[in-house]
Design a protein around this ligand. Structure first.
Ligand SMILES: NC(=O)c1ccc[n+]([C@@H]2O[C@H](COP(=O)([O-])OP(=O)(O)OC[C@H]3O[C@@H](n4cnc5c(N)ncnc54)[C@H](O)[C@@H]3O)[C@@H](O)[C@H]2O)c1
Length: 383
């Protein structure tokens, strides 16, 4: 039985606003604990839309100015679901007001901003988290457990891809609602910060720190009409980003992301090759973890596909859902993230990724873009 409440004030009601709201509504049903999440207020600049969202999703109230939301004494936690260029100002103001801060990824536009944000939440001593939700897909969490148990042995390779195809049309505009990801002033970067950020967060979580990187980026469409200025403007984001690198544990990194892979909508995959075991995962088949165990007896040795849906504690998060064999989806990764955040509040042990964890990813992002610019290898500073 929940004895405490967590009053959430969320800013932004787009894609992530919906994903987070859904998670807040589900968490108490599937992961009951000490805290009951209350959808206290939604904040968005358009009053009619904010009101409609509040009614549809069950928020008690709405605001049209995030500063007013932060000033409200009945709000415990601020959830930032806005484009990347407004994360910093909101996060720092929220921390200064003593609110917990949950921030969408990438943490910031660059490392300098990310560091300021991290220092602000740490100085204020407020609970904080960044929504790198892919860690919480049961098959990915199982991968982490296998690695932590030492089953892979020495790791040689980590390769990851995140492929999409939605910006191929040269007449697609940039900027404004729905298209801010193409506008460098709002997004900070292109596929690196938007997609590879996820791959890097998972990789550092699974395989440890990255030591050095060498990167190539491409902007295939050089100019696009800007919806806010009405002018054709240069495109400042990376449309595609490919990098190799070395992890601190000596393994080799091979990462690729693009929005020009015709036919792919959101294909996030990773594969890790160790001396004793390889594992691989594909977002399009998110419940399965593929495992090749060299320690199996030779006549049975081969890739096996584990459907991570057992409701024993061996399959992370699944005991709280349905019966063995039944799938959950992308949305549940957010529910798991809220559940883990609440566990962090209950135990006093943050479950991560914290702002500090996300700062490490931000640093790697800066290094890959610096490498692409200089056409040189770049050492990643120690976190
Ligand atoms: N974790 C993930 O898998 C994931 C997936 C998608 C997006 N994201 C991240 O979530 C954030 C939001 O992305 P999205 O896809 O939800 O975008 P979106 O365009 O769907 O929604 C953005 C929302 O922010 C609002 N907004 C913009 N500026 C604002 C301001 N100054 N004050 C108040 N509201 C403002 C917009 O009106 C809109 O409601 C981005 O940082 C993005 O990188 C993360």
């Amino acid at each position: 039985m929940a004895t405490k409440t967590l009053n959430v004030g969320m800013i932004g009601y787009g894609f992530m606003g919906r994903a987070h709201s859904n998670a807040y509504k589900q968490v108490g049903q599937f992961f009951p604990g000490d805290y009951r999440v209350v959808l206290k207020a939604i904040c968005a600049r358009d009053e009619a839309k904010a009101k409609a969202f509040a009614e549809q999703w069950g928020y008690e109230s709405f605001e049209t100015d995030w500063r007013k939301l932060i000033a409200r004494p009945d709000i415990d936690a601020i959830d930032i679901c806005t484009p990347n260029n407004v994360h910093k100002e909101i996060a720092i103001a929220a921390a200064k007001a003593g609110k917990m801060v949950l921030c969408e990824k990438p943490l910031a536009m660059d490392t300098a901003d990310g560091r300021e944000m991290t220092e602000a939440v740490e100085k204020a001593g407020v609970a904080n988290m960044v929504w790198y939700n892919y860690r919480r897909i049961p098959a990915v969490t199982l991968a982490k457990r296998l690695i932590d148990e030492g089953r892979l042995g020495r790791v040689f390779h980590y390769r990851a891809k995140f492929l999409q195809d939605w910006t191929i049309k040269a007449d697609l505009p940039q900027g404004g609602q729905g298209l801010w990801r193409l506008d460098v002033a709002a997004a900070g970067s292109g596929v690196s910060g938007d997609l590879l950020a996820h791959c890097i967060d998972t990789a550092v979580w699974l395989n440890g720190a990255m030591a050095s990187v060498c990167c190539m980026t491409e902007t295939f469409v050089k100019e696009r009409l800007h919806t806010l200025t009405g002018k054709v403007e240069a495109v400042g984001i990376d449309d595609a980003c490919i990098f190799m690198g070395k992890f601190a544990n000596g393994s080799l990194a091979n990462f690729e992301s693009t929005r020009y892979a015709r036919g792919h909508k959101a294909q996030y995959t990773f594969e890790i090759n160790g001396e004793d075991m390889s594992i691989s995962w594909d977002l399009h088949d998110l419940h399965r973890l593929s495992v090749y165990d060299y320690k199996d007896e030779s006549k049975l040795r081969g890739w096996r596909s584990i459907h991570v849906t057992d409701n024993s504690p061996d399959h992370p998060y699944m005991a709280n859902w349905w019966v063995p064999g039944l799938a959950i989806g992308y949305d549940s990764s957010f529910t798991h993230q809220v559940a883990d955040f609440l566990t962090g509040l209950e135990t006093g042990k943050p479950q991560g990724p914290t702002f500090r964890d996300a700062l490490e990813t931000q640093q790697i992002l800066d290094c890959i873009l610096a490498s692409a610019k200089s056409r040189q290898w770049v050492d990643v500073p120690k976190a």
